[in-house]
Write a protein that binds this ligand. Structure first.
Ligand code: FE
Ligand code: FE
Length: 396
């Protein structure tokens, strides 16, 4: 009996994580062939704005699997149009392959909420579920519990242990916008994306007017960071007006300061490597602190910002010795914008409008205390900033 795997998804864009998972499932489940099916419209989520068409996602997927024996791509859901329900896809495949043993592949996240799927019981009647156990993203206990639960309902489930390529399509779209996605793209897919100008790779984002800049930034941030970033921009502008700094630079540095924050530590390193940035020991040890450096890099190379803006972003987390007015404003605005809420924030807000250097110093000292409590080291730049302020200023 032929064993056929079905692996559906949005594939927006397809990346090496998909291909690796497909190959491993193929081997582990001893499949004769595996059919990848890009959805026309996923039932559970809308496509982000500026996404390629379904047929472009299909083209990319074809390129991605061109050297993978046994793996093929189907346009079945695209041709069917409308919302792509798995139950309909399985019914169509069953007609085409009446005698085959069908395996429906899915990640652990989808498996754990399987009972929310449209007509899930009907799906279980016709297929075996092949579940990718992607690393430690879900507790093995939760998976086993779900497996037992579904088996009691007559489900056939096989868990496939696969190595993890820790990348999601959401992160892929950020990496593409930051021009550093290359290493995660299957051969041919990167060229297709640039040829067709997909995912903002050919976008002209240099010196965008503020309204457009805001739209792009909101698209690249984690949704839960948007309020902070807009708050930082508005606070930076207020402080710039108060202290006589350039308000345009303040607004642009404020809105861009956390532009790469959604990338985790390893992806921060990927961005640095792709742009040829050499890192010091501290950055390598604490890659999460790199978002200030990578943010500055992106502000300069992707958004074409001026030196003052780039430098304010570069030092917004650590500070440095002898900070200029804009650098100080962004550091302080980041700390005190209206969404910040911690003991001492009111004092900082007061100082920001009466004695900016003391506000900076208070921020640096609070950071030092916070890092100490967490058992983390203070960056060399912060140490230099504090030493500089001690020798140039009376204590707060
Ligand atoms: Fe930050
Ligand atoms: Fe911030």
């Amino acid at each position: 009996m032929e064993r056929i795997g079905i692996f559906g998804g949005t594939f927006n864009p397809p990346h090496i994580g998909h291909i690796q998972a497909a190959k491993q499932a193929m081997a582990a489940l001893k499949l004769d062939r595996l059919i990848l099916i890009p959805d026309n419209m996923a039932p559970h989520k809308a496509l982000p704005p500026n996404s390629p068409t379904g047929w472009q996602r299909l083209d990319m997927l074809r390129l991605a699997v061109q050297d993978c024996p046994g793996i093929q791509v189907s346009d079945l859901e695209l041709r069917r149009e409308g919302v792509s329900y798995t139950v309909d896809t399985i019914a169509q495949l069953r007609q085409l392959h009446p005698k085959a043993k069908l395996y429906l592949l899915m990640g652990t996240d989808m498996f754990l909420c399987f009972q929310n799927w449209y007509h899930w019981k009907q799906i279980l009647e016709d297929v075996t579920l092949g579940v990718f156990c992607r690393g430690a993203s879900h507790e093995p206990a939760a998976l086993e519990q779900k497996q037992t639960e579904l088996k009691k309902l007559g489900a056939k489930v096989e868990l496939v242990e696969n190595e993890v390529v820790s990348i999601s399509s959401t992160q892929m779209r950020r990496l593409l916008a930051f021009h550093c996605a290359e290493i995660f793209l299957p051969q041919g897919v990167g060229d297709y994306i640039s040829r067709n100008g997909l995912y903002d790779v050919n976008a002209h984002w240099k010196q965008l007017p503020m309204e457009q800049l805001e739209q792009v930034v909101v698209r690249l941030l984690n949704p839960n960071r948007v309020a902070h970033v807009l708050g930082c921009r508005d606070t930076a502008v207020e402080l710039a007006k108060h202290w006589g700094a350039n308000t345009t630079d303040a607004a642009r540095a404020g809105i861009l300061h956390d532009i790469t924050k959604a990338l985790d530590g390893p992806l921060q390193l990927t961005l640095c490597a792709a742009h040829g940035t050499i890192l010091n020991d501290f950055s390598r040890k604490y890659p999460k602190t790199l978002h200030a450096l990578t943010g500055a890099l992106v502000a300069e190379r992707i958004f074409g910002e001026n030196e003052a803006v780039v430098s304010a972003i570069r030092y917004h987390t650590t500070g440095k010795a002898a900070m200029n007015l804009l650098e100080t404003i962004i550091y302080v605005a980041d700390y005190m914008e209206p969404n910040r809420n911690f003991p001492g924030v009111e004092k900082l807000r007061h100082l920001a409008y009466t004695d900016l250097q003391s506000a900076l110093r208070l921020g640096l000292e609070m950071t030092m205390e916070h890092l100490k409590r967490q058992g983390n080291a203070l960056s060399p730049e912060s140490k230099e900033a504090l030493a500089y302020l001690s020798s140039h200023q009376t204590p707060v």
